[in-house]
Design a protein around this ligand. Structure first.
Ligand SMILES: C[S@@+](CC[C@H](N)C(=O)[O-])C[C@H]1O[C@@H](n2cnc3c(N)ncnc32)[C@H](O)[C@@H]1O
Length: 261
């Protein structure tokens, strides 16, 4: 190899132009390979309809955790419309018991002023989804509060009172003992002229849903349980009569309004 200068392997790269060039080329090649790989992955993701599948899976998880697959939009619409009809305004404060994955919670947080919404649920797994929902909807600036509690937030909420307490598809999942605790708690939790509204089921066979019982009780049973804690009950009629549009069994649920006597 006469004529070629010997390679000084100890010399730094900057003093060996042929090695520095090689290194630049290798870095460029690596970057190009990475870019092409990402481009191909994005194309495949699109072609396979992966985003649609992920969105559908997410929607199913939400619906499974509120109990009514395929009924999400109408449950959301009805609850919002009902609350507005009952007098909810942006300056109202609202406590939602059994808020689940925020079926009503998201439009409620949107509608109410900052700090106006508090949701309580007994399952932390569903509240984890609820926090994701808040992030996806870009609503963290509204300062919603979510509480995981098996005592309706009694310790966490202290003596805070609300204009509205809302429990949709929840009372029939509570044992008699829990129902008594709920009314005891809410007799102090309602602001002056505040109202607690909930649907009940009076005719479907008893069964279970997830880890909860599904109980049939008459209006009178609820009336008596509420009166024990100084709450007056008004029967507002079935949710179908009040504009719930689905033909499913819960259309016969009765809406009850409880308030200070
Ligand atoms: C049928 S889902 C309805 C969810 C939501 N209200 C809606 O309209 O989609 C009933 C919810 O009540 C919650 N729940 C059951 N027992 C509860 C309790 N003792 N305290 C708070 N939440 C409870 C469940 O975890 C579930 O999220």
């Amino acid at each position: 190899m006469a004529g070629l200068p010997p390679i000084d392997r100890e010399a730094p790269c900057c003093q060996r132009p042929e090695l520095a060039q090689l290194e630049r080329t290798s870095v460029l090649l690596k970057r190009t390979r990475h870019l092409w790989k990402r481009r191909a992955q994005r194309k495949l993701f699109k072609l396979a309809g992966t985003q649609g599948m992920l969105d559908e899976q997410w929607q199913h998880s939400l619906e499974d955790s509120m109990g009514f697959r395929g009924q999400w939009d109408e449950h959301r619409r009805y609850q919002m419309e009902e609350l507005k009809r009952l007098g909810l305004t942006p300056s109202s404060t609202l406590l939602e018991i059994g808020c689940g994955p925020l079926t009503a919670g998201i439009p409620l947080i949107e509608f109410l002023a900052s700090d106006g919404y508090v949701g309580v649920d007994v399952r932390s797994s569903v509240l984890d989804m609820s926090w994701q929902q808040i992030g996806r909807a870009g609503l963290s600036a509204k300062n919603p509060r979510l509480i995981c509690s098996d005592s309706f937030g009694s310790a966490e909420l202290g003596d805070r009172q609300f204009d509205f307490i809302w429990a949709f598809s929840v009372l029939f999942h509570l044992s008699d003992e829990l129902l008594d605790k709920l009314f005891a708690n809410f007799s102090q939790r309602l602001a002056p002229r505040g109202q607690f509204i909930a649907n009940i089921q009076t005719n479907a066979d008893e069964s279970t849903w997830l880890e909860f019982p599904f109980l049939k009780r008459s209006v009178e049973v609820y009336e008596t349980a509420a009166a024990k804690h100084g709450l007056r009950t008004v029967n507002l009629g079935t949710i179908a009569e009040r504009g719930f549009k689905l033909e499913s069994v819960e259309r016969d649920n009765i809406l009850l309004q409880f308030s200070g006597a």
